[in-house]
Ligand binder design. Structure first.
Ligand code: PAF
Length: 280
């Protein structure tokens, strides 16, 4: 495995491989890698000849300075983990390398970004789109792998690929959970031991919500989930939405769509956790 800090080095390395017809897979990450990321790399290794992982904390997708400053940075550990799953190349650029000139590009995603994370994190998805497009331009992958925990991000990136008309397959991959059910996230490292012990309640509650759906309306299930977290002082729920799985628009009836997903964002002290559950 080779680790590059510059775009040119990686591009020079990939060019002959592309010429030779190799299938290149990209796994974009912001580092602080955990089993969830490694599962993306393993999947990419199964489906591609060459796997490139980017390890870059993208400042322009953070709308909260504290979150950016406290985001864990663990490049040495990341490199060791990537080696263990047989990754081929790592791109770990500086901010100046990634953005040599001020970023002026902006993307809009219409109704997909008007819900959930969109209004609460202004500029976030445009920042994600800018970095993902740059990574696509640098790596020119045939396939790119993303975790389903960031469910809205996958919809945004699929829309981005359509907007820019690139021939890249976006491969959504299942959430990896700790044994107690908590969705793996780089932000889990910032939970206090007490909050880490309570955090599995997020997945447990969402799972219970899928049972409640047999007898409760969409509005009642939404209210029930919000009440569970509002009544527990360890949690400060930001939203729980029940949405159609492609357009991400809220549903009002369980028969409104063939695919329905519940998406939650909840604070535990200053750590914001997200998770999803499929209703159907
Ligand atoms: O999901 C993430 O970790 C980031 O949003 C991504 C896709 C790597 C872009 O910085």
């Amino acid at each position: 495995m080779k680790v590059f800090n510059t775009v040119k080095e990686l591009r020079d390395e990939l060019e002959p491989l592309r010429q030779a017809g190799k299938i290149i897979g990209l796994v974009p990450t912001m580092g602080a890698l955990h089993e969830g990321h490694l599962s993306l790399v393993r999947r990419a290794k199964q489906e591609c000849d060459i796997v490139v992982v980017s390890d870059f904390v993208n400042p322009i997708q953070f709308n909260n300075q504290h979150d950016l400053e406290t985001y864990p940075r663990t490049l040495d550990e990341d490199v060791a983990k990537l080696q263990s799953v047989d990754c081929d190349y790592v791109l770990a650029p500086s901010v100046e390398e990634m953005y040599p000139t001020p970023v002026t590009d902006k993307y809009s995603f219409g109704i997909i970004e008007e819900v959930m994370e969109g209004p609460r994190r202004p500029g976030h998805f445009s920042g994600v789109a800018v970095v993902v497009r740059r990574l696509f331009d640098i790596v020119e992958p045939q396939k790119a792998y993303f975790g389903e925990k960031d469910f809205q991000q996958i919809a945004i990136i699929k829309n981005l690929v359509k907007q820019i008309n690139y021939d890249i397959e976006i491969v959504p991959c299942p959430i990896v959970r700790a044994d107690d059910g908590l969705a793996l996230s780089s932000r889990n490292k910032r939970l206090s031991p007490e909050n880490r012990a309570k955090a599995p309640k997020i997945h447990a509650t969402l799972s219970e919500a899928t049972q409640k759906a047999a007898t409760m309306s969409v509005a009642e299930v939404k209210q029930w989930v919000m009440d569970v977290f509002t009544e527990d002082p360890a949690f400060d729920p930001e939203y729980f939405e029940i949405v159609e799985d492609v357009t991400l628009q809220p549903v009002t009836d369980w028969n409104d769509a063939d695919g329905i997903v519940g998406c939650i964002a909840v604070w535990m002290d200053d750590v914001r956790l997200i998770d999803i559950i499929r209703f159907k």
